[in-house]
Design a protein around this ligand. Structure first.
Ligand code: KG4
Ligand code: ZN
Length: 341
């Protein structure tokens, strides 16, 4: 390998995925190992934080070894260790942070802490070599719904956010209510294809005075009320119609804010990121609306939408180039704000 290549190890453990990747020169993924705990948490209907931490501890060393083996590089060849240090579940984050610190300390390599959302946004660089800031990005995951101006690598301005539930949270709660189980997003996505998105009129909430902010708790309540009403009146629920009508509401809320943001900022590049960004209806709608407005639309493949180490390695690469270095006092910050150091 030529000397100029920069290899970053990206470690992600903020929720229920233990994930490690080796990334070459910021955009080339040499390995991307993800050990998902979904099967365990499904038994409880959602992520159980204590179980998540314990499973991360059990698995992280194997995942690291596998990531190095798949990439066919030795730990010696790695230039820096990147790790998610927030936001997320504190006990889960701590496993990755402690591991990254231990490796960096033992091998005398730089330690680069990464914001989880910066990771999600950076996933777009992997398959789009032409994509460079500035651009707009909608981050939709289980914990976040953020409209972000990516001004430069590592420079972000949040211009819209959810006032209550995250988009993914709404998917998961509605899925549970109609008996689909956890995680609900992919299941609603699939079932909605068999339903009529116009069958039931659910509300599309607007936040007074904040046109770029989101609100999903009213929509979730409306779905629950609808299900209760059906039960009381002994009306049989068409679950595919509920899934499709709910999903259509989310699509409309996301697309309308996204397009308003494009108009207001004059931005001609729009990306989506996060677990919910793998939703097929959301992608199709953005593709169409961006196309109409001659806006370039970007989205990662599903494997890079949900939590993974590659996106952390990519984000860490740009932070590394910018000179970001963390000390041995790096801690897990469960409510870390984007843009904070
Ligand atoms: O980004 P992610 O893996 O974790 C967080 O940082 O939160 O996102 C997980 C979320 C879950 O709420 C899951 O239901 C949702 O992404 N999700 C989807 C789809 N695939 C995953 N939501 C809608 N449609 C999908 N196809
Ligand atoms: Zn995530």
């Amino acid at each position: 390998m030529e000397h100029k290549d920069i290899l970053i190890m990206g470690i992600e453990s903020s929720c229920d995925e233990t994930a490690v990747s080796v990334v070459k020169n910021g955009r080339q993924i040499l390995s991307n190992i993800i050990s998902s705990q979904i099967d365990i948490h499904t038994l409880y209907g959602g992520v159980v934080p204590e179980i998540a931490s314990r499973k991360h501890t059990e698995r992280i060393n194997y995942v690291i070894e596998e990531a190095l083996r798949k990439a066919d590089v030795s730990l010696d060849e790695i230039d820096a260790i990147g790790v998610t240090y927030g936001p997320g579940l504190v006990g889960a984050l701590l496993v990755g942070v402690a591991e990254a610190k231990a490796i960096a300390y033992a091998t005398k390599k730089p330690l680069v802490g990464v914001h989880h959302i910066e990771g999600h946004i950076s996933a777009n660089y992997i398959e789009h070599p032409d994509l460079e800031p500035p651009f707009l990005c909608l981050v939709v995951s289980g914990g976040h719904t953020h409209l972000v101006i990516v001004k430069d690598y590592g420079k972000y301005e949040v211009i819209g956010r959810t006032r209550d539930d995250a988009a993914g949270e709404a998917f998961d709660k509605v899925a549970r209510a109609i008996g689909l189980g956890y995680p609900g997003g992919p299941k609603i996505d699939r079932l909605a294809k068999e339903g009529n998105p116009q069958a039931i009129e659910f509300p599309r909430a607007v936040v007074e005075g904040a046109p770029l902010d989101f609100s999903f708790s009213g929509l979730k309540s409306a779905v629950l009320n609808y299900l209760n009403m059906c039960e009381m009146k002994h009306i049989e629920v068409n679950r595919a119609d509920v899934a499709a009508s709910f999903q259509q509401c989310v699509v409309d809320s996301l697309v309308s804010r996204g397009m308003t943001a494009c108009r207001e900022t004059g931005m001609k590049k729009f990306a989506i990121a996060g677990g919910v960004a793998s939703n097929s209806a959301i992608r199709n709608a953005f593709e169409q609306e961006c196309d109409k407005r001659k806006i370039q639309f970007y989205h990662p493949s599903p494997i890079f939408c949900t939590d993974n180490g590659a996106m952390i390695g990519v984000a860490a690469y740009y932070e590394y180039l910018a000179g970001t270095r963390h000390g041995w006092d790096l801690n897990a910050i469960p409510n870390l704000k984007l843009g904070e150091r």
